[in-house]
Design a protein around this ligand. Structure first.
Ligand code: NAI
Length: 280
């Protein structure tokens, strides 16, 4: 039997790139899919019916899907997203928070609107959809799967992406906390940090010479298939990197550090012990 037969999966930002690949993969694995996308440009402007094209692709291949066009960064958008799944397919088993935009600028050149908009779509959107989905999953009592999308930029930092890396690092924290809070309800929460050739990355110098075969979004979707399925019941709070055919894991680590016997530290002592403090 197909891996996700009988499950209902929601994918945000599924009209293009990685989200589209997730939606197609989950559908061919047997899930009924809500394809969300407001159909804007890379920086979040405008709107179109990009989700319809993916719904048609899924339907043409014999799968079941429905489109949802609202922005996931508003409370109403997140609520109607869940209602769409319930009205059309009767349940919600999987949420993939994938929608995203880019407004790259160095921090000294960044306007407040560029910071707010990127945080709103990535971080607030992930929170709103995660909360709406988890409430429904808890009510239904069947557990669930939530997969967030963070980024190397958020986990390690990246020049020119202060807004984006702040939002993606926030998604790391959201994932960790949600995995703890939802554990009792059997809802797993993990994140992926993908690298793939899409309209978001196609003009990056590091992508030069990369082929669709090496780095296409089709390499990302099977990891999400695993995290969406019963195979990953014990997997929660983890952050998986995926880049082409390589899958790896990110971890936040804490060093043992140095403890003073008595009194408080002086700045000079901190300087003297810095190497030991940072030893892993
Ligand atoms: P993309 O631009 O091809 O797709 C993003 C989709 O999200 C677009 O279809 C867009 O219309 C949709 N979207 C944007 N704002 C939305 C909103 N408010 N409501 C609903 N839909 C909205 O980008 P790509 O590369 O497929 O990115 C997917 C996710 O993966 C993003 O979260 C991105 O930050 C993340 N990511 C991608 C990497 C890559 O190498 N392509 C690297 C690291 C992270």
């Amino acid at each position: 039997m197909a891996l996700l037969f009988g499950k209902v999966a929601i994918v945000t930002g599924a009209g293009n790139g990685i989200g589209r690949a997730h939606a197609l993969y989950l559908a061919q694995a047997g899930a009924q899919v809500v394809v969300n996308d407001l159909g804007g440009t890379r920086d979040g402007a405008g709107a179109s019916k990009a989700a319809d094209v993916v719904v048609q692709e899924i339907t043409a291949a014999g799968g079941k899907a429905v489109a949802h066009y609202e922005s996931i960064s508003t409370y109403e958008g997140a609520q109607t997203l869940i209602w769409t799944a319930l009205n059309r397919f009767g349940r919600v088993d999987v949420l993939v928070n994938n929608a995203g935009i880019l407004r790259d600028k160095t921090l000294l050149n960044m306007g407040e609107a560029d910071f707010d908009k990127v945080v709103e779509v990535h971080l607030k959107g992930s929170y709103l959809c995660l909360q709406a989905a988890a409430r429904q999953m808890k009510l239904a009592g069947r557990g669930g799967r939530i997969i967030n999308t963070t980024s190397m930029s958020g986990l390690l930092g990246n020049f020119g992406q202060g807004n984006y890396s702040a939002a993606k690092a926030g998604i790391f924290g959201l994932t960790r906390t949600a995995s703890m809070e939802f554990q009792k309800a059997g809802i797993t929460v993990n994140a992926i940090a993908p690298v793939a050739l899409t309209r978001m990355t196609t003009d990056l110098p590091v992508m030069a010479g990369m082929s669709e075969d090496d780095l296409g979004p089709q390499h990302i979707a099977p990891l999400v298939g695993f995290l969406a399925s019963d195979l990953s019941a014990e997997v929660t709070g983890r952050i998986f990197g995926v880049q082409g055919r390589r899958i790896f894991e990110y971890k936040m680590e804490q060093s043992d550090g140095v403890t003073k016997d008595t009194g408080t530290w002086t700045p000079e002592e901190v300087k003297a012990q810095l190497e030991q403090i940072g030893r892993f």
